[in-house]
Design a protein around this ligand. Structure first.
Ligand code: ZN
Length: 62
């Protein structure tokens, strides 16, 4: 089994470990997960707060 992991997989693992937190109301979704979309060389992580509908977005470049 190979130990190789792509940069994307590493990023993903990093985000999967940390659960999203709402910037507006501070709601911490311990069971939540980021919604991941990939556009070209960019990965966008999005989290919609179930309490106040605030959207937190993080963008990463590969
Ligand atoms: Zn919120």
């Amino acid at each position: 089994m190979s130990a190789y992991r792509s940069p994307f997989e590493q990023l993903r693992a990093k985000f999967d470990e940390s659960s999203p937190e709402c910037p507006a109301c501070g709601y911490h979704d311990s069971d939540g997960s980021w919604r991941v979309t990939t556009t070209g060389s960019r990965v966008t992580y999005q989290f919609v707060c179930p309490t106040c509908d605030a959207i937190k977005t993080r963008e990463m470049r590969l």
